[in-house]
Structure formats: structure tokens, C-alpha cells
Ligand binder design. Structure first.
Ligand code: ACO
Length: 273
């Protein structure tokens, strides 16, 4: 466990977990929490974890930015504002472009920047009972700092996306799944077990394979089809080289011996480089 003031970072094998730890403030993100995250994210990167789970302590995932400490208090101090923005956007961008698979485990209240974070993670396993909202219009701004990007990319139906941004109406975790914002919604009592199930599936895959799967997805959605084919083939040969051709020499060699069925099983990793 690493020593941070506003978060708890733990490692278990190839899985890192970050828990927001400001229960008295509904885990909203203070400047200290942002500094902690800047360092923690790099600690997880250096540990070469395969999976990073982000969650919150007690009844809250994250109540967004700390409205007092990130906006109100430093408002007339441009240098302080700039430093806070550098930290928050630094670690948000790092999470969006992270080598490990990122899972938002949404256990409760999830607002504004918290909703943005759930949106930039690769997977979101959420509690049916969690309450989500884009509350920005309630205090006189629009969802900014990447929040509009995040909900627009996770809530594909335009009339739903604009409805929640314009009204700040809240919705539940179960509704978040129906809206496309969450991968899966389960009763709060099952949230740990459901998240663990996903983690267990991920850790059986190769680390580079997981990273490349993310990289390729994020790039090709902006490409036309012929360009995507060329890019995907180039990345395949890059992966092949970086893994010592493991997909052919180990996985497909094992398939030839009928040792596993790739449709429903993963090959046994030998060298997880
Ligand atoms: N910024 C600063 N303080 C906050 C925040 C926040 N985002 N969220 C909660 N807190 C504080 C509360 O002010 C309260 O502090 P206090 O004990 O000093 O009065 C404490 O955390 C506990 O929160 P309560 O409001 O008492 O908890 P409750 O269960 O009644 O309500 C709720 C929870 C609905 C999440 C409420 O705290 C809330 O509306 N929070 C703000 C959510 C929000 O709009 N986030 C900003 C998004 S915008 C952005 O991220 C850019």
C-alpha cells in the first residue's frame, strides 16, 4: 500500500486499485487528491499492472471536483488555478491513454468530474443504486474540462445526452447501463464480486495484448476502413515482435494440439512480457 493523503493505492498481483478516500466530502476531488493521482497513476504505470480499478470509499464513487477547493478558493489566484488544472487534466489524460485496463467501480454518488472519470475508463461496473448526474447547470456552468466529451462519447443517444446535461436530472446505475454509460450494473451487494469476475478474465490475457487492444480501438474509430486495415495490420506485426510471436508459437501451436478452444478459453501464457 502506498502512502497518500486523499486516496488509497493497493497492489494485488497484477491488479492495482485506487480508492478515493475523502468520505467526509463524498470523495470529491481536491487539489491534494489531484496531486496524489498524478503520482499514483505513474506508480501504477511503473508497476506494469495489467488492470487498474478506481473506486470510492463508503457510499460514494466521486462527487466531482471539490467546488470550494478547486474553484471558489483559488479563483482569484491564476497560478494556483493553473497548477490545479495542470494536475487534473494531466492525470485524466493519462487515464484515458493508460497501458493497463481501467475499470471504474461505481459504488455510489457519481457527479460531474466523477462521471467524466467513469466515462474515460475502459470499463464501468456499477451499482444499480448509484446516483449519477451532470450537475453543472445547477451552479451556472456547462459540463466542462472534458466532461461534455466524456458523456457525449458514452451516451450515444443525442436526446438522452442533451437531456441530462440541460436538466441535471439524475439517473441510477441501472439506467447508466441502459444509456450505454456503464458496462454492467448489478446490485451494490454484488459489486465487488462482479468486478472481480471481470478482473479475473482480464489477468489471464497478455499484458501487451490488452494494451494494444485499447490503443487500436481508440485510434481506428477515427479512421476510414482502408486506413484502419493498414494500421491494424502494422500494429499486429508490432505486437508479434514485442511478444516474441507468442500468438503463433505458443497460442496457435497449443490450439493445433487441441489444448484449448479460443472461442471460450484463453491459452496458457508462458512469457507474459
Ligand atoms: N465539492 C465540495 N464539497 C462537497 C462536494 C463537492 N463536489 N460534494 C460534497 N461535498 C461536501 C458537502 O458540502 C458536505 O460538506 P460539509 O459537511 O462541510 O457540509 C459533505 O461533502 C457531505 O456532503 P452532503 O451534501 O452533506 O451529503 P449528502 O448525502 O446530503 O449529498 C450529494 C450528497 C448529493 C453528492 C451532495 O453532496 C452534492 O450535491 N455534492 C455536489 C455534487 C456536484 O454537483 N459535484 C460537482 C460536479 S461539477 C464538476 O465536477 C466539474
Amino acid at each position: 500500500m502506498s502512502n497518500y493523503e486523499a486516496i488509497i493505492l493497493t497492489f494485488e498481483g497484477e491488479v492495482a486499485t485506487i480508492q478515493f478516500n475523502r468520505p467526509e466530502k463524498k470523495n470529491c476531488m481536491s487539489p491534494t487528491l489531484h496531486k496524489n493521482m498524478v503520482h499514483a497513476v505513474e506508480e501504477v504505470r511503473a508497476a506494469k499492472s495489467k488492470v487498474l480499478v478506481i473506486t470510492g470509499i463508503n457510499d460514494t464513487f466521486c462527487a466531482g471536483m471539490d467546488l470550494e477547493l478547486c474553484f471558489l478558493e483559488p479563483f482569484d489566484d491564476p497560478e494556483k488555478m493553473e497548477e490545479i488544472n495542470k494536475d487534473v487534466f494531466g492525470w485524466f489524460k493519462a487515464i484515458k491513454d493508460f497501458p493497463a485496463v481501467t475499470i471504474a467501480k461505481v459504488n455510489g454518488w457519481c457527479f460531474g468530474g466523477g462521471m467524466e472519470l467513469a466515462g474515460i475508463c475502459d470499463i464501468a461496473i456499477v451499482a444499480n443504486e448509484s446516483i449519477w448526474g451532470l450537475s453543472e447547470v445547477n451552479f451556472g456552468i456547462f459540463p466542462g474540462g472534458g466532461t461534455t466529451w466524456s458523456y457525449a462519447h458514452n451516451m450515444p443517444a443525442r436526446k438522452k445526452a442533451l437531456y441530462y446535461a440541460l436538466t441535471a436530472d439524475t439517473f441510477t446505475g441501472a439506467e447508466a447501463e441502459a444509456l450505454g454509460y456503464a458496462t454492467k450494473s448489478v446490485p451494490l451487494a454484488d459489486l465487488d464480486a462482479e468486478t472481480q469476475k471481470v478482473v479475473d478474465m482480464l489477468v489471464t490475457k497478455g499484458r501487451i495484448v490488452l494494451t494494444k487492444t485499447k490503443e487500436v480501438y481508440e485510434k481506428v474509430i477515427w479512421m476510414d476502413f482502408p486506413t484502419a486495415i493498414d494500421y491494424e495490420m502494422a500494429k499486429l506485426w508490432e505486437l508479434s515482435r514485442e511478444t516474441n510471436d507468442d500468438w503463433v508459437r505458443t497460442a496457435l501451436a497449443s490450439f493445433k494440439k487441441r489444448e484449448f478452444k479460443p472461442g471460450t478459453q484463453t491459452y496458457k501464457l508462458v512469457n507474459d512480457v
